[in-house]
Design a protein. Sequence first.
Length: 252
Amino acid sequence: MTAAVERNLMRLPPAQRAALVETNPLILLPVAAVEQHGPHLPVGTDALIADILLGGICRGLEPAEPVLIAPPLYIGKSNEHLGFPGVLSLGRDSLAALFQATLLQLRAWGFQRVAILNTHGGNTPCLRTLMREENLRGTVQLHWLDTQCPDTGLPPREQRQGLHAGEYETSILLATVPKDCAMELADCQWIGPENPDTAVQAESAPVTRAWHSRDLSPSGTMGDATRATAEKGRRWIDGAVQHLLHQIRTLP
């Protein structure tokens, strides 16, 4: 991970971790996925983006700010991408069990505040439901972080249909791991008339429909990856990190 060693719970000895409990730190819990991202991006794209954001957060925090990074949950619910090679997926119940067990162990360590940093939309409905349940149980105090840059300037069609491996995600990886991007294979795939974008809603929409990515895109790309640039990626990473830092600093 690129996150600073002194904030990474996996790298802290017991005595130092116990001392940090006294500061009532906010624990960032990264959740992502390993799945196909079109023909041009690595299958670990969501996990890489989470790591990129965590690194930016750690560089932006003041040394005394009590924020720590939990061990990541980097295999998520990706069954909508089955049918393409390179997918590792947990079912809903398995993800829920892993998430709940992680929270219980963090509470056993003495931590009481956890913020979910999720970079895979397929996890969102499950995690949001679990978050409400766990907050009612009082296991820990859970928060949800918005990981997207709030002002991308993306064209309207890309904003609606650039759901996966499109201009946004491709630009972020071009800015950080360009050698992992096969841009000669980058393509543009829009959701066809048989699947209008009104039928495929963002995971945060009031009503969503189940879908398989192979039914919407023959390559797995949803959006226009050919418009991606490293310059856009650097701008969007900075915007997302600043947005996350503001959320972190204003949480109760």
